[in-house]
Design a binder for this molecule. Structure first.
Ligand SMILES: Cc1cc2nc3c(=O)[nH]c(=O)nc-3n(C[C@H](O)[C@H](O)[C@H](O)COP(=O)(O)OP(=O)(O)OC[C@H]3O[C@@H](n4cnc5c(N)ncnc54)[C@H](O)[C@@H]3O)c2cc1C
Length: 537
């Protein structure tokens, strides 16, 4: 939603130094970071546009949280599956560290009040999802895992005296001092613009699905945190690596012209439900192959004029509503009864593997700025995230970042109140920074950077998205995504170039704000961007 034009000129209603840390975003990553900080004695202020947990990807998560808890399982096997799924770009050390932390993450969520599905003896029920070699998916209320862990984290955060939640606040820019250290944020709230200064700022703003025409994400997940970080000087790694979920419900959310599609979790296929064409014949040989493989298979069938369905009546039948109540409700809202009707599906933008470059402590490469959750690139997901590894990562990484902040930015501000603030976005109005991508930009990006990509389409989209990207955060992220996709002249994981079908050397791409300015300086139309293509670093 665009702000009214006068918003940027409204008088600042508040300018204050908050003790401890500022956390931007109240999905699972932001809430877990706040709790981990508060439990270490660091005061926290959480900023979020609506009530905490609402409008987040976290609350929509269905399948669950991956953790090697079964008698036949081990974190090493979980790490191995994570590395295998990631198409050569997973950092093995990160995979080992986070999968080893997974059983503790489940226990931590239980301590915060989450209840997971278990048998009569209290043993957790473990589901199976694509590309996992073992049953290791911890879930709640069948397919309501995200709602349950978010509910618990919100309640725990509200109950903690060290956490202050300021709802209705939208962060529009990061503030840096003369040494390029992040020292606070500028934000807008119901009463007007405000400036909040703190010893540490943590971005936990989620993913980028809202940049695409079809997505399972809330439409406000369009990469605002990436833009904030980029404008403060941070680098983004593998921006082009977007996972398309193969089975979004091929009907929009009820009553909404939003374009957000309900997800039909992989756990449904894990229960043996096949993907079929309209005549009932199998759509794919292995419906539990990696997400990228299944998404391409479904996309190819749709492109060939077929329709693709999950055949729930033939397999789960009336068990569907017991095992998957959330999905059943979404289908019913779209006029389908999954016990009797096959569920029509299509791929949709789902998860961003790329993100702000962070180290093992969640530090970005800008001092004073940490990033946690989907906005960050830890190295866990490579070119293709393994199912149910992101809620896990959000909580595990929250602990790592909180420990680092507690050690280096204690509750009493470790730095003197900043002087000589350099507002990194001083030339950009708050109006532009709060923009949501237009429907035409979303269509353009999906056409060029969807399940299948090619150089000419990416180049044409980049040329159009470049216009106005200086003053429009969503365009900035969409434009740089096309630049990164042009640089990756190969096919790997979720990034498939029809003009470069083979994998090249396994390497990351990086973009920063300089890539916007480089293109602007070309001066001879957009063709000069071709010179930048192929320079993956
Ligand atoms: C339908 C669906 C199903 C999924 N199922 C699973 C699953 O089963 N298992 C799994 O592991 N993963 C799953 N995922 C992925 C997982 O849910 C997300 O990766 C994860 O929840 C991201 O958490 P987050 O806290 O980083 O972001 P989010 O939960 O999206 O929270 C982001 C927060 O940042 C706020 N924010 C954004 N911009 C600003 C700003 N400028 N100022 C202030 N606040 C801002 C938002 O309002 C929100 O509060 C699923 C995702 C979807 C969409």
């Amino acid at each position: 939603m665009r702000q009214p034009a006068h918003a940027a000129t409204r008088r600042e209603v508040c300018r204050e130094f908050v003790p401890g840390a500022l956390v931007v975003g109240a999905g699972l990553a932001g809430l877990a970071t706040a709790l981990e900080l508060a439990e270490r004695g660091i005061p926290v202020t959480v900023l979020c546009p609506s009530t905490p947990g609402a409008g987040t990807s976290s609350e929509l998560a269905q399948g669950g949280i991956a953790a090697a808890l079964g008698a036949d399982d081990h974190p090493r096997l979980h790490a191995r599956d994570t590395v295998r799924a990631g198409g050569g770009l997973v950092d093995g050390c990160v995979a080992r560290r986070i999968t080893a932390a997974a059983p503790g993450v489940v226990a931590q969520l239980q301590r915060w009040g989450a209840t997971f599905d278990s048998d009569d003896a209290g043993t957790l029920r473990l589901g199976l999802e694509g590309a996992h070699g073992r049953h290791r998916i911890v879930h709640a209320a069948g397919d309501g895992t995200g709602a349950e862990v978010t509910r618990a984290a919100v309640a725990a955060a509200r109950a903690h005296p060290g956490i202050q939640v300021r709802a209705g606040v939208h962060v529009t820019r990061l503030l840096t001092d003369a040494s390029h250290t992040v020292v606070g944020v500028q934000a807008t709230g119901a009463l007007g613009p405000m400036t909040l200064l703190a010893a540490a700022v943590v971005l936990a703003t989620g993913g980028v699905g809202g940049l695409f025409a079809h997505t399972t994400n809330p439409l406000d997940s369009w990469g605002a945190g990436l833009a904030l970080g980029l404008r403060a000087g941070a680098r983004v790694r593998d921006l082009e690596l977007v996972q398309f979920h193969p089975t979004a419900l091929a009907a929009p959310s009820p009553g909404a012209a939003t374009g957000r599609l309900p997800l039909i979790s992989e756990a449904v296929r894990g229960e043996g439900v096949p993907l079929v064409l309209e005549d009932g014949s199998p759509a794919l040989a292995d419906p539990l192959a990696g997400r990228d493989v299944v998404a391409r298979g479904v996309w190819a069938a749709l492109r060939a004029g077929h329709r693709v369905y999950l055949d729930t009546p033939a397999t789960l039948g009336t068990d569907m509503s017991r095992r998957f109540p959330t999905i059943t409700a979404a289908c019913r809202a779209a006029g389908l009864d999954p016990a009797a009707d096959r569920i029509p599906v299509r791929p949709a933008a789902h998860y961003h593997m790329g993100g702000l470059v962070v180290d093992a402590r969640g530090r970005t490469d800008v001092a004073g700025l940490w990033a946690v959750g989907e906005v960050a690139s830890t190295g866990l997901h490579g070119a293709n995230r393994l199912a149910s590894n992101s809620l896990l990562e959000a909580v595990a990484a929250a602990g790592h970042a909180a420990a680092d902040i507690a050690a280096h930015a204690p509750g009493a501000p470790s730095r003197p109140a900043p002087t000589g603030l350099a507002d990194v976005s001083a030339d950009v109005s708050a109006t532009a920074l709060r923009s949501r991508p237009s429907a035409s930009d979303r269509g353009l990006l999906e056409e060029a950077a969807g399940v299948l990509r090619d150089g000419p389409s990416l180049l044409a989209a980049a040329a159009r998205l470049r216009e106005g990207a200086e003053h429009d955060d969503a365009r900035l992220v969409a434009y740089l995504l096309t630049v990164a996709a042009l640089r990756r002249t190969e096919s790997r994981g979720a990034h498939q170039r029809t003009d470069h079908p083979e994998a090249g050397p396994a390497q990351h791409t990086y973009v920063d704000l300089g890539d916007l300015h480089d293109a602007a300086e070309l001066g001879t139309g957009f063709a000069g961007l071709v010179g930048l293509v192929g320079s993956a670093s």
